[in-house]
Write a protein that binds this ligand. Structure first.
Ligand SMILES: [Zn+2]
Length: 256
């Protein structure tokens, strides 16, 4: 069943979508900034020399094997390191995103959709079904999942750089890749979207909403996967596709 005028039109936001996407954009840039800042502080003093030595010892002539050995050596160093600040920053970002998603969902439920005035996102917060808040356990496991994936992806790239370099100092190439935190930012973005989507669903669940529609950004760059998700609307609350469908997905779930 097609939903007429479903898309959000990110290029020309109207009514309630204006404050919702203003919040959401700010949410993502703040999350990226705090998580990356925490990573940059945590990374201080990290030394990949042991990994380079280890990778060099078994030096296999085949480049695939060299890369794999280097990545394994780097991941060993990275996982032994303390990422206390990064872990806390990811957990905080996930909690904020859940609350922001809840507030957006609540606004979509309770506010006239033509109304573009800012809404408040400060509800009471018991940890129950439909709660605006993500509980600590879920925030911590989100942080662990993001961090683990980020360390693995970073080690792959750093290992590749170490194995492929012709530089006298392969450690520097690897450390540069660790410092940039690119994988972490990408994975944080996905985790923030997922928490935002979960917060929206919590608001709908709490309000007894039966079904939701998937809304794409409607800006001509929407991928087939998200278009299909939109075309498949409406969904029952628990059968709806989850945010994000891919990195940097800017879709949304609205009450049907
Ligand atoms: Zn999307």
């Amino acid at each position: 069943m097609a939903v007429p005028d479903a898309t959000i039109q990110l290029q020309n936001l109207k009514g309630i979508w204006r404050p919702i996407y203003a919040h959401r954009t700010a949410l993502h840039s703040t999350a990226d900034a705090i998580v990356l800042a925490a990573w940059r502080r945590d990374v201080r003093g990290l030394d990949l020399t042991p990994a380079v030595v280890l990778a060099g010892e078994g030096a296999d002539p085949a480049w695939q094997h060299r890369r794999r050995a280097a990545a394994a050596a780097v991941v060993g160093v990275l996982t032994a390191w303390s990422w206390r600040r990064t872990r806390a920053a990811i957990a905080l970002a996930a909690k904020r995103a859940h609350r922001a998603g809840w507030a957006a969902g609540y606004a979509l439920l309770s506010q006239d959709h033509d109304d573009d005035t800012p809404y408040s996102g400060e509800p009471d917060s018991p940890y129950t079904i439909g709660s605006p808040d993500m509980d600590d356990h879920r925030a911590d496991s989100t942080a662990t999942a993001v961090l683990t994936a980020a360390l693995t992806a970073t080690a792959d790239r750093a290992g590749r750089a170490i194995a492929d370099t012709t530089d006298d100092d392969p450690t520097g190439d690897g450390e540069h890749i660790v410092d940039d935190g690119l994988d972490l930012v990408l994975l944080t973005d996905a985790a923030v979207s997922a928490a935002y989507g979960a917060g929206m669903l919590a608001a709908y669940l709490g309000a007894g909403t039966r079904s939701v529609i998937w809304l794409t950004a409607g800006d001509g760059r929407v991928c087939p996967r998200c278009s299909d998700a939109e075309a498949g609307s409406p969904y029952s609350l628990l059968a709806a596709p989850t945010l994000p469908q891919h990195p940097h997905c800017r879709c949304c779930l609205a009450p049907a």
